[in-house]
Design a protein around this ligand. Structure first.
Ligand SMILES: NC(=O)c1ccc[n+]([C@@H]2O[C@H](COP(=O)([O-])OP(=O)(O)OC[C@H]3O[C@@H](n4cnc5c(N)ncnc54)[C@H](O)[C@@H]3O)[C@@H](O)[C@H]2O)c1
Length: 396
């Protein structure tokens, strides 16, 4: 079996977990070199028995030591575009973490680049695409079991330790992470767009920082069993000391409504400090209803005019990281794609559209408007076509 020579830019927790999953599913790999000022993923890598490889000062030096069979990008989100550009120049296949880039301007720049230059294969870590439960949801929708998709609601609720980590990690700052929803739920909006086979036409959103707010006094810091709260994880690169007194400028809870071009209407609710964790999609079509519980890894579906018990599928395989085996499934998909046996389940274009969807939601929240997404899509399509977008029509 071929041994994959791998170079990593950004050896954080995520890439270390992905490398561990790759090894677990049978990849033969050598981490030949990496660029990271202080690799947060080092202990995870050590636990997986993978040597850290040679340290390089910057991507240019790493890539000069190529060729690599795979470059993996796991840096904070604001660095993705620069790191992608460097990897494109090297010409090796790339696995890059989501969100593919952080802003609308970066998305348009990337589209222009992908349209202009012959770039190497690019695989984005929208890991939910590889989950058996998600594949099944997409297959059922595609098979028409729900009929025309009419409306849906979805949630992503995180326990206090996870929210406290986000409030201390680099994700707390727009300049590094983009936004709470971009970093956390671009996965979900990727699947929603795929199910709808449409783009959002109009979006609105409300959100704020009410939980990890320094104005709050007497915040309890201990669980009822005596364990310390908000203290479990090292906050990593640019980490802040205290979840309640950091310079966080992203939301800690947010709701959104979206109307897709196809007519599908969606309500989304997200909170980063709940005691009843949930990630759930409830999808109602003209001919059936589907409920996917992504935390418990269970799917329920029934035709609208069926009086039998709903069909229930329990995918089991629950893991503490809540990825429920998705990393291993994605590692298998990545190997199949590199060996030319199957297409990777998500494209760079889909990853960019998922990002833009969430960016539009954030823009609507910031501007306190019901946002018409058409100008954004026009600019995006123009970027792919290599031309400037037409000036938006002025309305009185
Ligand atoms: N697909 C998923 O489910 C998933 C889960 C978690 C994170 N992610 C994504 O993975 C990426 C990394 O997140 P993480 O949780 O591993 O964060 P992390 O903080 O654990 O790791 C980020 C790493 O980047 C390094 N870094 C900082 N500046 C750098 C530079 N100039 N060059 C190279 N490396 C640099 C840091 O030192 C750190 O080791 C993010 O894009 C995040 O959105 C995806």
């Amino acid at each position: 079996m071929k041994t994959y020579r791998i170079g990593v830019i950004g050896l954080g927790q995520r890439i270390a977990h992905v490398l561990a999953a790759m090894k677990e599913v049978g990849w033969s790999l050598e981490l030949a070199g990496q660029v990271d000022p202080a690799p947060v993923g080092a202990p995870i890598l050590a636990a997986a028995g993978i040597a850290q490889g040679r340290e390089f000062a910057d991507p240019k030096a790493l890539l000069a030591d190529g060729p690599y069979d795979l470059i993996m990008i796991g840096s904070p989100n604001h660095l993705h575009l620069d790191h992608l550009k460097a990897a494109f120049a090297a010409g090796c296949p790339i696995f890059a973490e989501k969100p593919i880039v952080r802003t609308q301007a970066e998305t348009f720049a990337l589209a222009r680049l992908l349209a202009d230059v012959k770039t190497p294969p690019l695989y984005i870590g929208l890991v939910m695409r590889s989950m058996p439960i998600v594949r099944e949801v997409i297959a059922r929708v595609d098979a028409g079991e729900l009929g025309t998709l009419v409306s849906m609601d979805a949630t992503e609720h995180l326990p206090p330790e996870h929210g406290g980590y986000l409030a201390r990690n680099w994700r707390r700052r727009q300049e590094w992470g983009g936004s709470f929803m971009l970093d956390k739920v671009c996965h979900d909006f990727d699947i929603f767009g795929r199910m709808a086979r449409a783009r959002p036409a109009r979006v609105a959103s409300f959100g704020g920082k009410t939980i990890f707010d320094s104005a709050r006094t007497d915040v309890p810091r201990v669980y009822d069993n005596g364990e310390a709260a908000y203290a479990l994880r090292d906050a990593g690169w640019m980490g802040a000391n205290d979840a309640f007194h950091s310079d966080m400028d992203v939301t800690d809870h947010q709701v959104a409504i979206v109307e897709y071009d196809s007519g599908l209407r969606l309500a989304f609710h997200s909170n980063s400090h709940v005691s009843l964790q949930e990630r759930r999609w409830y999808v109602a079509g003209t001919q059936g209803t589907l409920l996917a519980d992504l935390v418990r890894n269970k799917l329920m579906i029934r035709p609208a005019l069926n009086r039998a018990k709903p069909e229930r599928i329990d995918y089991a395989n629950r893991t503490d990281d809540n990825h429920n085996g998705a990393d291993q499934a994605m590692a298998t998909d990545l190997l199949s794609a590199l060996e030319g046996r199957a297409r990777f389940p998500v494209t760079p274009q889909e990853s960019m559209e998922a990002g833009l969807t969430v960016m539009a939601i954030d823009q609507a929240m910031e501007q306190r408007v019901l946002l018409d997404c058409a100008p954004m899509w026009a600019e995006y399509d123009a970027a792919w076509a290599g031309r400037a977008a037409a000036a938006p029509a002025l309305t009185s």
